[in-house]
Design a protein around this ligand. Structure first.
Ligand code: NAP
Length: 210
């Protein structure tokens, strides 16, 4: 799969490496193209760099590995992402990480779908700590689960396949509105990892779901 990853931070770097090792074609994009070039060179694995617009133009899927509050800016910079599978990994945490900035009646993913109405937005990877990416999709020594929500069934299944190609277990959770459940799960994961001291070698899973 040809994938554009927007961002050069912890999640962007980890996903780029895992996906590239799984044989996908990866371009990292940033508002700072020098930074994108430097990070891509450091990551190796034939990872390319480019602008948001150029990376998205060639890609089937675009990963938003930027803060939720930056999503609108990067989507606009990329020209709207019409027709693309847009993988939303964001968690709309408050600045102090003590809670979510939205929920109950909407989710970050649904708000992003409103910003990019012609894109196929899929929520995924938001419950996976960056360190789990560096640990070959393992948390606590076990395969971590990626929960996948989206209204377009084909796009959703393609993201499950992408996650599984990178070594995760993929579990579909239904339409994009189920992101209203997935985003609080990530908030709980952060509370456990940082607030309660379990660290980041953890990931939520759902027993009994094959
Ligand atoms: N870290 C985790 O364990 C984790 C787990 C699950 C989900 N997430 C989610 O993944 C996303 C990325 O997290 P991260 O930990 O990778 O963050 P990070 O390391 O801080 O990287 C953030 C990236 O976003 C870019 N960015 C920030 N503001 C921007 C803007 N206004 N316009 C364009 N680009 C902007 C930054 O670019 P510059 O370098 O130019 O500032 C950087 O490349 C967040 O939404 C987070 O909630 C994180």
């Amino acid at each position: 799969m040809n994938i554009a990853i927007f961002g050069t931070g912890n999640m962007a770097s980890g996903l780029a490496t895992l996906f590239a090792k799984a044989g996908h074609t990866i371009t990292i994009a940033s508002r700072d193209q020098d930074k994108a070039r430097t990070v891509a060179a450091e990551l190796g694995n034939n990872i390319a760099s480019g602008s948001f617009a150029d990376a998205a133009a060639a890609a089937e899927a675009v990963v938003l590995a930027v803060p939720y509050d930056a999503a609108a800016d990067v989507i606009a910079a990329a020209g709207g992402l019409a027709g693309k599978t847009v993988i939303d990994i964001t968690n709309p945490m408050t600045a102090d990480f003590s809670g979510l900035s939205l929920g109950f009646t909407t989710s970050a993913a649904e708000e992003i779908q409103k910003i990019a109405p012609a894109a196929k937005v899929v929520k995924a990877f938001n419950t996976i700590f960056a360190s789990v990416l560096q640990n070959d999709a393992k948390a606590g020594g076990q395969t971590a689960t990626v929960f996948v929500a989206g209204d377009d069934a084909e796009a959703r299944k393609s993201v499950v396949a992408l996650a599984e190609s990178a070594g995760f277990k993929g579990v579909e959770t239904g339409g994009l509105a189920s992101s209203r459940y997935l985003e609080p799960v990530a908030a709980l994961n952060i509370a456990l990892g940082y607030g309660l001291g379990y660290g980041t070698d953890i990931a939520p899973t759902w027993q009994g779901v094959a």
